[in-house]
Design a protein. Structure first.
Length: 86
């Protein structure tokens, strides 16, 4: 028996657009903080933030838009909230 799951192409494209926009905003925000050599790439089940080809943060979700938003949240915790105050 075979099951076919129909996919709403417009919805999928909208999710991918949100994911790309989130990745671009994340990179710009971290570059504004002085980080260089950043890249956001898909990983199994989500997205990962790479610094000079080393995975430094990851977020997993079946929905690509949600995964990219979780990556932003993860990076906010890691890069913004963990900066020691002088």
């Amino acid at each position: 028996m075979s099951y076919i799951v129909s996919m709403d192409t417009t919805e999928r494209l909208a999710e991918l657009y949100v994911a790309v926009e989130n990745a671009a905003q994340l990179i710009v925000a971290l570059e504004d903080l002085g980080y260089k050599g950043l890249d956001v790439n898909p990983i199994d089940g989500g997205y990962g933030l790479f610094l000079d080809e080393t995975l430094i943060a990851a977020a997993l979700d079946d929905n690509v838009a949600d995964a990219s938003e979780k990556l932003i949240d993860r990076c906010a915790d890691k890069f913004v909230h963990d900066i020691p105050e002088v």
